[in-house]
Design a protein around this ligand. Structure first.
Ligand SMILES: [Zn+2]
Length: 94
């Protein structure tokens, strides 16, 4: 099992009804389970910023394509566990 860590960031979005949207940033320290998955992620960015999950292309249509979330590595079968890292709200970076 590998642990995929991400942070959730709420960003302002004046065009949406709620006035904000959520962005899920994949931790840079995340090590994928196998070379094949690493190569695949380079060629086809598979991190879904909206969902905070890895996805693979599920279906390709004329309008575009749909993505499906994965809980296992499609190459080696390793279980992917998603974990949110809570950001500290107050940060003094001076
Ligand atoms: Zn793998």
């Amino acid at each position: 099992m590998i642990i995929i860590q991400y942070t959730k960031i709420t960003r302002p979005d004046p065009s949406s009804a709620s006035g904000s949207y959520e962005d899920h940033l994949l931790s840079k320290d995340t090590l994928l389970c196998c070379d094949k998955f690493r190569e695949y992620s380079k060629k086809f960015p598979s991190w879904d910023y909206e969902k905070g999950r890895f996805t693979i292309v599920d279906e390709i249509t004329y309008e575009g394509h749909s993505q499906t979330q994965i809980d296992f590595c499609p190459f080696c079968g390793e279980k992917l566990k998603y974990q949110e890292i809570k950001l500290k709200t107050k940060r003094n970076k001076s």
